[in-house]
Design a protein around this ligand. Sequence first.
Ligand code: GAP
Length: 513
Amino acid sequence: MAQEDVFKKIVSHCKEYGFVFPSSDIYDGLGAVYDYGQNGVELKNNIKQYWWQSMVLLHENIVGIDAAIFMHPTTWKASGHVDAFNDPLIDNRDSKKRYRADVLIEEQLAKYDEKIDKEVAKAAKRFKDQFNEEQFRSTSPRVLEIAAKRDALHERFANALNAGDLTELRQIILDEEIVCPISGTRNWTDVRQFNLMFSTEMGSTADGASKIYLRPETAQGIFVNYMNVQKTGRMKLPFGIAQIGKAFRNEIVARQFIFRMREFEQMEMQFFVKPGTELDWFAQWKQTRMAWHQALGFGAENYRFHDHDKLAHYANAATDIEFKLPFGFKEVEGIHSRTNFDLSQHAKYCGKKIEYFDPETNESYTPYVIETSIGVDRMFLSVMCHSYEEEKLENGETRTVLHLPAALAPVKLAVMPLVKKDGLPEKAEEIIKDLRFHFNCKYDEKDSIGKRYRRQDAIGTPFCVTVDHDTLKDNCVTLRYRDTMEQKRVPIADLRGIIEDQVSITSVLKKLL
Ligand code: GAP
């Protein structure tokens, strides 16, 4: 099945099984805004808990905060978002569709890569066992010709972006003969900068109201609280402040479901360090964060780092952790060495000292910062994409199953009476009453047992138990494992011991130590 079709199936699965709904669905949705349903919210909360505990429980020198979404408007002047948090936009006059000029050019670059891959695939087919891919890529005249065009475009594009040259960006689009995917024409407007922040007004009268922004990142809530936390928590460098919260961006190219949203959630941690040590900490956080992802068990081959060649003016190192999605390797998390830019800017704009007094050296300085920033929704999408399977069974049937890591699954155990009579429902309820304090259990009595298993497979429930007539005599139930579909008879008294450890977030956290 084409990857595009797989993705479409995942999107409809998310809706059908109560994971993600379009926002205001009864009014036909709102662009790039989504709601999480009864199963989605549980999975999302488990992802957040896994992140929070890995930061705050496992590190003695990391504490959490929860800052407000609204912040003093000067925050965004100081951070550079008012002046520079822009996307370059271009419109096609025929289709009246709006695009990000940089995305159009990036897609063109990807087309060159696809052409190269096609040449490689053709040659591999032709030469079979004799084929040496590395040699072919470095010697084939056709591949070298395409690569040269791609590199030239890449250089021109990077120069235009660095110089903020919007005329040149438009010229590249014209020279590369990029057409609007809807109208198929090259009838493009000029390129304009568009600020991504949503604004609103605070205050009751039109005169007295001031323009404020919905935060486009949670990080600034941490920077403006640096002194509060450092002083009240008597924190010593190095230390970190973690936060989970909503962020808002008026994204122009909002596609790919919950990958790029206008309202989304971030899990960010700013780690304050002594100047000069930041690159060591950067390297360490790269490893720590990659280990966090890989502990979920999706396979190391599905992750990669993408180190940035082009750095923001305030950064001295940056990388993305990319995860393999049906539409390619995509950024899920950013790790940035942000120097002392943010704290210095806030000090300048508020006119107060924002520093650290180092008792070891008796000097004061502005700490440097390593930031780890991951989108909850992108993480959710990655987990969904890698868990979804349409599995062909030995009997020829197909089952749709979510192989969610048990610690993230919305429901851990489904308890099912074989029939809705003879005291079996009461026995099932009794089991739930006892276990619900330890993990999320659901009772399910509707339809045949086979259908109920399928329903639980589709939401990723790792364990099901069936209560039958023998249960009333021997206090044993049939325990069924989601992934292997293995079934075994176990005493009710053993259920907690078998399940609890496997479904707890602690079981994954232990892999990180
Ligand atoms: N404080 C740094 C910062 O915000 P970013 O690379 O712009 O950096 C960090 O965003 C992460 O937030 C991204 O790696 C991504 O997971 C998530 N993210 C950013 N924009 C998003 C959007 N429009 N929709 C969903 N997630 C988004």
